[in-house]
Design a protein around this ligand. Structure first.
Ligand SMILES: [Fe+2]
Length: 296
Protein backbone atom coordinates (compact mmCIF):
# COMPACT_ATOMS: atom_id res chain seq x y z
CA UNK A 1 0.00 0.00 0.00
CA UNK A 2 2.90 2.37 0.65
CA UNK A 3 3.77 2.48 -3.06
CA UNK A 4 0.19 3.51 -3.89
CA UNK A 5 0.60 6.30 -1.35
CA UNK A 6 3.90 7.29 -3.00
CA UNK A 7 2.05 7.70 -6.30
CA UNK A 8 -0.63 9.68 -4.50
CA UNK A 9 1.96 12.01 -2.94
CA UNK A 10 3.58 12.60 -6.32
CA UNK A 11 0.17 13.22 -7.92
CA UNK A 12 -0.75 15.74 -5.22
CA UNK A 13 2.61 17.51 -5.59
CA UNK A 14 2.93 17.68 -9.38
CA UNK A 15 -0.78 17.41 -10.32
CA UNK A 16 0.17 14.54 -12.66
CA UNK A 17 2.06 11.26 -12.44
CA UNK A 18 3.51 8.67 -14.79
CA UNK A 19 3.70 5.13 -13.45
CA UNK A 20 5.72 2.73 -15.60
CA UNK A 21 4.33 -0.67 -16.56
CA UNK A 22 6.42 -2.90 -14.27
CA UNK A 23 5.53 -0.71 -11.29
CA UNK A 24 1.84 -0.86 -12.26
CA UNK A 25 2.00 -4.66 -12.54
CA UNK A 26 3.37 -4.83 -9.01
CA UNK A 27 0.80 -2.34 -7.64
CA UNK A 28 -2.12 -4.06 -9.36
CA UNK A 29 -0.98 -7.51 -8.27
CA UNK A 30 -1.03 -6.21 -4.68
CA UNK A 31 -4.59 -4.96 -5.31
CA UNK A 32 -5.78 -8.34 -6.55
CA UNK A 33 -4.86 -8.67 -10.23
CA UNK A 34 -3.96 -12.18 -11.38
CA UNK A 35 -1.23 -13.09 -13.89
CA UNK A 36 -3.84 -14.77 -16.10
CA UNK A 37 -5.89 -11.57 -16.24
CA UNK A 38 -2.86 -9.45 -17.16
CA UNK A 39 -2.47 -11.70 -20.20
CA UNK A 40 -6.18 -11.48 -21.04
CA UNK A 41 -6.03 -7.70 -20.86
CA UNK A 42 -3.53 -7.61 -23.73
CA UNK A 43 -6.12 -9.30 -25.97
CA UNK A 44 -9.36 -7.59 -24.96
CA UNK A 45 -9.11 -4.85 -27.61
CA UNK A 46 -9.47 -7.48 -30.36
CA UNK A 47 -13.19 -7.36 -29.53
CA UNK A 48 -13.56 -3.69 -30.44
CA UNK A 49 -15.64 -3.12 -33.56
CA UNK A 50 -16.65 0.48 -34.22
CA UNK A 51 -16.75 4.10 -33.08
CA UNK A 52 -19.73 6.47 -33.36
CA UNK A 53 -17.81 9.40 -34.90
CA UNK A 54 -14.15 8.59 -35.68
CA UNK A 55 -13.22 6.44 -38.73
CA UNK A 56 -9.71 5.54 -37.46
CA UNK A 57 -10.87 4.31 -34.06
CA UNK A 58 -12.63 1.32 -32.51
CA UNK A 59 -14.11 1.77 -29.06
CA UNK A 60 -16.26 0.58 -26.21
CA UNK A 61 -17.19 2.35 -23.03
CA UNK A 62 -18.87 1.70 -19.71
CA UNK A 63 -19.71 3.77 -16.63
CA UNK A 64 -18.71 2.76 -13.14
CA UNK A 65 -19.66 4.36 -9.83
CA UNK A 66 -17.03 4.43 -7.09
CA UNK A 67 -18.94 4.91 -3.85
CA UNK A 68 -16.81 5.52 -0.73
CA UNK A 69 -19.88 5.39 1.54
CA UNK A 70 -20.72 1.79 0.68
CA UNK A 71 -17.09 1.00 -0.15
CA UNK A 72 -18.19 -0.49 -3.46
CA UNK A 73 -17.55 0.14 -7.10
CA UNK A 74 -20.32 -0.94 -9.47
CA UNK A 75 -21.22 -0.84 -13.17
CA UNK A 76 -23.73 1.84 -14.07
CA UNK A 77 -26.46 1.59 -16.67
CA UNK A 78 -25.53 2.77 -20.16
CA UNK A 79 -26.01 6.42 -21.03
CA UNK A 80 -25.05 8.51 -24.06
CA UNK A 81 -21.71 10.32 -23.79
CA UNK A 82 -21.12 13.99 -24.54
CA UNK A 83 -18.28 16.50 -24.20
CA UNK A 84 -18.70 20.22 -24.79
CA UNK A 85 -16.65 23.22 -25.82
CA UNK A 86 -17.32 24.64 -22.38
CA UNK A 87 -15.33 21.72 -20.97
CA UNK A 88 -12.36 22.57 -23.26
CA UNK A 89 -13.23 19.86 -25.80
CA UNK A 90 -13.39 21.46 -29.26
CA UNK A 91 -14.00 18.95 -32.05
CA UNK A 92 -16.52 18.34 -34.84
CA UNK A 93 -18.50 16.13 -32.46
CA UNK A 94 -18.45 18.47 -29.44
CA UNK A 95 -21.96 18.67 -27.92
CA UNK A 96 -22.94 15.56 -29.94
CA UNK A 97 -24.52 12.71 -27.98
CA UNK A 98 -22.39 9.67 -28.70
CA UNK A 99 -23.46 6.08 -28.04
CA UNK A 100 -20.58 3.62 -27.86
CA UNK A 101 -20.56 -0.16 -27.94
CA UNK A 102 -20.60 -1.34 -24.34
CA UNK A 103 -17.69 -2.76 -22.36
CA UNK A 104 -18.43 -6.45 -21.84
CA UNK A 105 -17.63 -8.96 -19.09
CA UNK A 106 -14.27 -9.87 -20.65
CA UNK A 107 -13.01 -6.47 -19.57
CA UNK A 108 -15.17 -5.48 -16.60
CA UNK A 109 -14.68 -8.77 -14.74
CA UNK A 110 -10.91 -8.75 -15.33
CA UNK A 111 -9.16 -8.54 -11.94
CA UNK A 112 -6.45 -6.25 -13.37
CA UNK A 113 -9.10 -3.82 -14.65
CA UNK A 114 -10.87 -3.82 -11.28
CA UNK A 115 -7.51 -3.29 -9.54
CA UNK A 116 -6.91 -0.27 -11.81
CA UNK A 117 -10.21 1.23 -10.67
CA UNK A 118 -9.26 0.65 -7.03
CA UNK A 119 -5.78 2.07 -7.66
CA UNK A 120 -7.17 5.21 -9.24
CA UNK A 121 -9.64 5.64 -6.40
CA UNK A 122 -6.86 5.36 -3.81
CA UNK A 123 -4.76 7.96 -5.62
CA UNK A 124 -7.47 10.57 -6.30
CA UNK A 125 -10.07 10.28 -3.55
CA UNK A 126 -9.85 13.22 -1.18
CA UNK A 127 -7.34 15.12 -3.34
CA UNK A 128 -8.29 18.78 -3.58
CA UNK A 129 -8.42 19.92 -7.23
CA UNK A 130 -9.57 22.96 -9.20
CA UNK A 131 -13.35 22.67 -9.39
CA UNK A 132 -15.25 22.45 -12.66
CA UNK A 133 -18.53 24.31 -13.04
CA UNK A 134 -21.69 22.33 -12.26
CA UNK A 135 -20.03 19.28 -10.75
CA UNK A 136 -21.28 18.50 -7.25
CA UNK A 137 -18.23 18.35 -5.01
CA UNK A 138 -20.42 17.68 -1.96
CA UNK A 139 -21.36 14.24 -3.31
CA UNK A 140 -19.28 11.30 -2.10
CA UNK A 141 -19.50 9.22 -5.28
CA UNK A 142 -17.25 9.30 -8.30
CA UNK A 143 -18.53 8.67 -11.82
CA UNK A 144 -15.89 6.88 -13.87
CA UNK A 145 -16.28 6.46 -17.63
CA UNK A 146 -14.03 3.69 -18.87
CA UNK A 147 -13.02 3.63 -22.53
CA UNK A 148 -11.26 0.79 -24.32
CA UNK A 149 -9.86 2.40 -27.47
CA UNK A 150 -7.97 1.11 -30.49
CA UNK A 151 -6.45 3.76 -32.75
CA UNK A 152 -5.59 2.47 -36.24
CA UNK A 153 -3.46 4.13 -38.92
CA UNK A 154 -3.93 2.74 -42.42
CA UNK A 155 -2.81 3.93 -45.84
CA UNK A 156 -4.45 7.29 -46.36
CA UNK A 157 -5.97 7.52 -42.87
CA UNK A 158 -3.84 8.76 -39.98
CA UNK A 159 -4.87 7.48 -36.54
CA UNK A 160 -5.09 10.34 -34.05
CA UNK A 161 -5.43 9.46 -30.34
CA UNK A 162 -6.52 13.11 -29.83
CA UNK A 163 -7.85 14.49 -33.12
CA UNK A 164 -9.13 17.49 -31.16
CA UNK A 165 -5.60 18.81 -30.48
CA UNK A 166 -5.15 20.64 -27.17
CA UNK A 167 -8.11 19.80 -24.93
CA UNK A 168 -9.35 18.63 -21.57
CA UNK A 169 -11.58 15.64 -20.90
CA UNK A 170 -14.28 17.46 -18.93
CA UNK A 171 -13.52 15.54 -15.72
CA UNK A 172 -11.55 15.86 -12.50
CA UNK A 173 -9.02 13.07 -12.97
CA UNK A 174 -7.92 11.39 -16.21
CA UNK A 175 -5.93 8.15 -16.24
CA UNK A 176 -4.59 6.57 -19.45
CA UNK A 177 -3.13 3.07 -19.52
CA UNK A 178 -1.32 1.41 -22.43
CA UNK A 179 -2.25 -2.14 -23.38
CA UNK A 180 -0.39 -2.89 -26.60
CA UNK A 181 0.66 -1.69 -30.02
CA UNK A 182 1.58 -3.25 -33.35
CA UNK A 183 3.67 -1.74 -36.14
CA UNK A 184 3.84 1.62 -34.31
CA UNK A 185 6.99 3.78 -34.35
CA UNK A 186 8.78 4.54 -31.08
CA UNK A 187 8.01 8.27 -31.38
CA UNK A 188 4.27 7.82 -31.93
CA UNK A 189 1.50 8.86 -29.58
CA UNK A 190 3.38 11.04 -27.13
CA UNK A 191 1.22 12.92 -24.62
CA UNK A 192 1.95 16.59 -23.92
CA UNK A 193 0.64 18.46 -20.86
CA UNK A 194 -0.04 22.15 -21.30
CA UNK A 195 -0.70 25.07 -19.03
CA UNK A 196 -4.42 25.94 -18.93
CA UNK A 197 -3.66 29.11 -20.93
CA UNK A 198 -2.79 27.04 -24.04
CA UNK A 199 -5.32 27.49 -26.86
CA UNK A 200 -7.88 24.71 -27.34
CA UNK A 201 -7.63 22.86 -30.65
CA UNK A 202 -3.99 23.60 -31.39
CA UNK A 203 -2.16 20.65 -32.89
CA UNK A 204 0.41 19.04 -30.59
CA UNK A 205 3.30 20.46 -32.66
CA UNK A 206 1.80 23.96 -32.90
CA UNK A 207 1.69 24.60 -29.16
CA UNK A 208 3.59 27.25 -27.20
CA UNK A 209 6.77 25.65 -25.74
CA UNK A 210 6.69 28.04 -22.80
CA UNK A 211 3.30 26.58 -21.82
CA UNK A 212 4.46 22.95 -22.07
CA UNK A 213 4.39 21.53 -18.53
CA UNK A 214 5.12 17.84 -19.07
CA UNK A 215 5.39 15.04 -21.59
CA UNK A 216 5.08 11.29 -21.34
CA UNK A 217 5.01 8.39 -23.74
CA UNK A 218 3.28 5.09 -23.18
CA UNK A 219 5.45 2.28 -24.59
CA UNK A 220 5.22 -0.72 -22.25
CA UNK A 221 2.26 -2.79 -21.09
CA UNK A 222 0.40 -0.86 -18.35
CA UNK A 223 2.42 2.36 -18.63
CA UNK A 224 -0.01 4.78 -16.99
CA UNK A 225 -0.41 8.55 -16.98
CA UNK A 226 -2.61 10.36 -14.45
CA UNK A 227 -3.52 14.05 -14.78
CA UNK A 228 -5.62 16.53 -12.80
CA UNK A 229 -7.81 17.29 -15.82
CA UNK A 230 -8.90 20.82 -14.94
CA UNK A 231 -5.36 21.93 -14.07
CA UNK A 232 -3.59 20.84 -17.29
CA UNK A 233 -4.75 20.60 -20.88
CA UNK A 234 -3.26 17.86 -23.03
CA UNK A 235 -2.56 16.84 -26.62
CA UNK A 236 -1.32 13.61 -28.21
CA UNK A 237 0.75 13.05 -31.36
CA UNK A 238 -0.47 10.60 -34.05
CA UNK A 239 0.11 6.86 -34.49
CA UNK A 240 2.74 6.37 -37.21
CA UNK A 241 3.40 2.99 -38.88
CA UNK A 242 6.84 1.37 -39.04
CA UNK A 243 5.81 -0.47 -42.22
CA UNK A 244 3.38 1.82 -44.05
CA UNK A 245 1.92 -1.04 -46.09
CA UNK A 246 0.47 -2.51 -42.87
CA UNK A 247 -1.92 -1.01 -40.28
CA UNK A 248 -0.41 0.52 -37.14
CA UNK A 249 -2.44 -0.18 -34.01
CA UNK A 250 -2.44 1.28 -30.48
CA UNK A 251 -4.71 -0.13 -27.74
CA UNK A 252 -5.47 1.85 -24.57
CA UNK A 253 -7.70 2.04 -21.55
CA UNK A 254 -8.88 5.54 -20.60
CA UNK A 255 -10.45 6.29 -17.23
CA UNK A 256 -12.35 9.57 -16.91
CA UNK A 257 -13.35 10.25 -13.28
CA UNK A 258 -15.42 13.15 -11.98
CA UNK A 259 -17.99 14.12 -9.43
CA UNK A 260 -21.67 13.77 -10.41
CA UNK A 261 -23.11 16.65 -12.41
CA UNK A 262 -25.57 19.34 -11.33
CA UNK A 263 -28.50 20.73 -13.29
CA UNK A 264 -27.27 22.81 -16.22
CA UNK A 265 -24.28 20.57 -16.96
CA UNK A 266 -24.21 19.11 -20.51
CA UNK A 267 -24.12 15.57 -19.02
CA UNK A 268 -26.74 16.10 -16.30
CA UNK A 269 -29.41 14.02 -18.05
CA UNK A 270 -26.91 11.22 -18.76
CA UNK A 271 -25.47 10.82 -15.30
CA UNK A 272 -27.64 8.11 -13.75
CA UNK A 273 -26.27 6.17 -10.78
CA UNK A 274 -28.57 3.17 -11.39
CA UNK A 275 -26.77 -0.17 -11.71
CA UNK A 276 -26.50 -1.86 -15.10
CA UNK A 277 -29.06 -4.67 -15.19
CA UNK A 278 -27.79 -6.65 -18.16
CA UNK A 279 -24.07 -6.32 -17.36
CA UNK A 280 -23.86 -6.23 -13.55
CA UNK A 281 -20.44 -5.91 -11.92
CA UNK A 282 -19.26 -4.77 -8.52
CA UNK A 283 -16.13 -4.89 -6.43
CA UNK A 284 -14.95 -3.76 -3.02
CA UNK A 285 -13.02 -0.60 -2.23
CA UNK A 286 -10.39 -0.68 0.55
CA UNK A 287 -11.54 0.06 4.06
CA UNK A 288 -9.11 2.71 5.30
CA UNK A 289 -10.82 5.55 3.49
CA UNK A 290 -11.21 8.06 6.35
CA UNK A 291 -7.43 8.10 6.79
CA UNK A 292 -6.99 8.66 3.08
CA UNK A 293 -9.46 11.50 2.87
CA UNK A 294 -7.56 13.45 5.51
CA UNK A 295 -4.12 12.64 4.12
CA UNK A 296 -4.20 15.42 1.54
FE1 LIG B 1 -8.05 13.58 -23.59
Amino acid sequence: MSDVMDVRSEYIRARWAFIDGPRMVSLLRYLGATDEDFEQLKLVSEQLESDPTLPFRKSRNGRICLDPQTRRGYRLEAQPFVLSREEDFVRHDSETLRTFDEVQDDLQLNTALQAMLVFKFLVVHGVDVAHRPRLDYDRAEWICTLFNLRTVTTTGLLGEPALEGVHSDGVDHTMTTFLSARNMTADSAETFLHDMREVNGRRWHETDPTLLKGRARHGDFLDTLMVVDHEYKHSVSPVYPIDDTEPAIRDMLIFFTRKPTEKGHVSFRYDSVAPHRALPMSFGLPADLPALATAN
